[in-house]
Ligand binder design. Structure first.
Ligand SMILES: [Zn+2]
Ligand SMILES: [Zn+2]
Length: 350
């Protein structure tokens, strides 16, 4: 098999040829056809997350030690089954749920594997991921039939749409006309707009620093767009009922939290980095909620796929590129040049 691997953090991925693994026990070997390129791949590639104040969280502390293969939006075809793998057949096309926990702890048993505390097996993070022609999945239960959904869009459901869906589920009940800000209109923000529209939110306020991304947001159904570089950006946001912050930086969370109306809620799922200092009394006095959201669980991914199958999620812009161009895709994403999502075609990995 061919994989594009991080050999050294921050350095170009290298093409590695290795023998294709044989699935053991309940494992399934998937021949990868599509692999979405996510913003968090950039952090894992760099090797750290910026915690602000000069502090960093190094991914090697979570078992993400080179050489390893990135990619947590895998779609592919079942190629081989371990002797105990049941419920799936060779030749079937499947989306892979990547946020796999230990499977044994109480959190995992309650269906929240993305919150596992005793040994995650996240594909593309601390297990080999999808920037490869082949991928080992621990169990068939992590494979989802996406029916007739477009392959490249389908792949992006595993992180991009799932993260947006789980974040939107943490918003309070609102009136349809309430304003909800979407901060950051990259791949996640755009699908976030589709998710909010599907939930019946009409007052979506899209925020970004790039007018092309804001135009794409308006096309997907945002009622209002705010360029965060505008002098009156903070005023334009005033009074929002809630927000989903797909960036997660002081430049978004600062004005975003300040703009919440009383009782409003702010959901942070972006991992851009930095830190926020906020006075404590107004959190109580304004009765605001600040919540984190991290990817989503297997059941939520099944719900997202069901919505996409019924065409209830407006597809966001997706550009499919040959898998062999993985490095260029990461560079373009880092430079902010990507509208929506790049998805790698791993059948063109040569
Ligand atoms: Zn991701
Ligand atoms: Zn667990």
């Amino acid at each position: 098999m061919i994989s594009y691997q991080v050999i050294e953090h921050g350095q170009p991925l290298q093409k590695v040829l290795a023998s294709t693994p044989k699935p053991q026990g309940s494992e399934v070997l998937v021949r990868v056809t599509r692999a979405g390129v996510c913003h968090s791949d950039l952090h894992i590639w760099d090797g750290f997350f910026d915690l602000g104040g000069g502090k960093r969280f190094y991914v090697k502390e979570r078992g993400c030690v080179p050489p390893f293969t990135l990619g947590h939006e895998p779609l592919g075809v079942v190629e081989a089954l371990g002797p105990k793998a049941r419920g799936v057949k060779v030749g079937q096309k499947r989306l892979v749920y990547p946020w796999i926990g230990c499977g044994k702890c109480a959190v995992c048993k309650a269906g929240q594997e993305n919150y596992c505390v005793s040994g995650t097996r996240f594909l593309g993070v601390n297990r080999a991921g999808a920037y490869s022609t082949h991928l080992l999945v621990p169990d068939p239960k992590y494979l989802i039939d996406i029916g007739g959904i477009d392959d490249s869009f389908g792949a992006t459901l595993a992180c991009s749409a799932l993260t947006a869906y789980s974040a939107a589920a943490k918003l309070p009940d609102m009136d349809p006309q309430d304003e909800v800000a979407v901060l950051g209109c990259g791949g996640l923000g755009l699908i976030g707009i589709s998710v909010l529209r599907e939930k019946g939110v009409k007052g979506i306020v899209a925020c970004d620093v790039d007018d092309a991304k804001l135009a794409a947001a308006a096309k997907l159904g945002a009622k209002k767009t705010v360029n965060m570089r505008a002098a009156d950006a903070a005023q334009q946001l005033q009074g929002i009922a809630a927000a989903i912050d797909f960036v997660g930086s002081p430049a978004t969370a600062g004005p975003g939290i300040a703009a919440l109306r009383k009782g409003g809620r702010y959901v942070i799922c972006g991992l851009f980095g930095g830190e926020l200092t906020h006075p404590l009394p107004p959190i109580a006095q304004r009765a605001i909620g600040i919540v984190g959201s991290y990817v989503g669980n297997l059941q939520e991914l099944k719900e997202v796929v069901a919505l996409a199958k019924k065409k209830r999620l407006r597809p966001t812009p997706v550009e499919t590129r040959p898998g062999a161009q993985a490095n260029a895709a990461l560079e373009d994403l880092k430079a902010g040049k990507v509208l929506g999502r790049i998805v790698l075609d791993m059948e063109a990995a040569q």
